[in-house]
Design a binder for this molecule. Sequence first.
Ligand SMILES: [Zn+2]
Length: 238
Amino acid sequence: MPGLLDVLAIAAHRDDVEQTCGGTLLVQQSLGWKTGILDLTRGESGTRGTAAEREAEANAAAAILKTTHREALNLPDGSLQNNLENRLSVAAVLRRLRPRVVILPYWTGRHPDHYTASTLGYEACFAAGLAKLDLPGAPHRPYKILYASLYADVRPTFVVDITPHIETRLQALLAYRSQYGNQSQGAGLFVPEEDIRERTFASARHYGMLAGVRYAEPFVQKEVALAEDLMLLPAASI
Ligand SMILES: [Zn+2]
């Protein structure tokens, strides 16, 4: 059965995907693949902005990222749990959208919602493929699970060259005006808009340099990379 989506990025909070793999979604879309985003929470616990404001911002960002689909579950923001009920909720979305590639957050980190989203997402991918699971839709297990590691202090197993899309990726982030506007409320917690550009470009430049391109986003995959032809391996060594 063909999927509604080719690549689905799952994250805890609205704007996590924009920060960690928005450029990669733009790359995949430009290659002709259908991309989508599943936000596990709606941001009701955020210091700034209501859930409704953040939904409008998320939809604006999704349009900038040219995604085919974006939806949010209503799991509790700030206390995300990896339990059976939540795994079934995510698995139901996976059965409906049937992505070949799923991008999850890296499995360790500072924010509990981020690492919980990682294990919750992985276990939902497994559950979605179980034939006897009491859940609507045909069983479906994504072929590839990747971990967006930009928040994590780990060496990526590969990076995606996002150089042609770096400005668009920044615009998607800036769509979250309630988070990045220059406001007094929560000023110590939030990055002012002028710093977002520098932070975004510096991080992307760092990961780009690791592979000899200008701007890139980092990923970890648990599988060892498979080479078909040594002559076609990218990234110069010396
Ligand atoms: Zn987050």
